[in-house]
Design a binder for this molecule. Sequence first.
Ligand code: 13P
Length: 252
Amino acid sequence: MRKPVIAGNWKMYKLLGDAVDTSLELKTLVANATHCEVVIAPVFTALKTVADRLEGSNIHVAAQDCAIQNDFGAHTGEVAPVMLKDAGCSHVIVGHSERRQFYGETDESVNWKTMAALAAGLTPIVCVGEQLPDREAGDAESVVKTQLEGGLNGLTVSDLERIIVAYEPVWAIGTGKTATPEQAQEMHAFIRESVGEVHGNDAAENLRILYGGSVKPDNIAELMSQEDVDGALVGGASLDAQSFSKIVNYKQ
Ligand code: 13P
């Protein structure tokens, strides 16, 4: 059984006070959610405070990115996974499309970050997803497969048990255009099959694959009803505690 994960990516929103207020409101609203794991990803500067305030709750804290390695050194501006763990994080988002598109993230750096996160005891949420022209050209699957092979290169079966993959079609992010449940299911099944080819069927069966891209309270239930959709990575609709709690509590 794959336990669902509902994760909120707060991107570059919220000053510290707002991040704390939203976290505390959410803590109450999702206190009874046992059917899924709840994760929120505030900006770096809010991680420690939010993690402290959520201690003992059922909400996990994630960073939105990390350095490619854990060795301390002259890497101005970077934050090592081990430092994120030290600040109270349990998860880290790696390879988000916004980082791939605008900040030079490559499959190789995603691979390094994933391994560094695992080494620090964090759960990496590895993002993949095609752009609109890829889908229109019929290349969505090959693009995602390349990202997966590059990002997960060299991982062992036991590493695979500790990661989460998020499928986020770039054309659905922040656009209000959700992939249809069928489109999501089709790609998730393809991702599972591709992981199975490289890492074996057990690893593939146990892998949690989240969908991201315009997930809202009114479309989450249908997405979650798909066999290979094991959760969601939510942007805009996670910024408000009421709206995100409705997504977390999609079952009630
Ligand atoms: P939206 O939910 O705002 O489309 O963002 C999705 C996303 O990028 C989550 O990482």
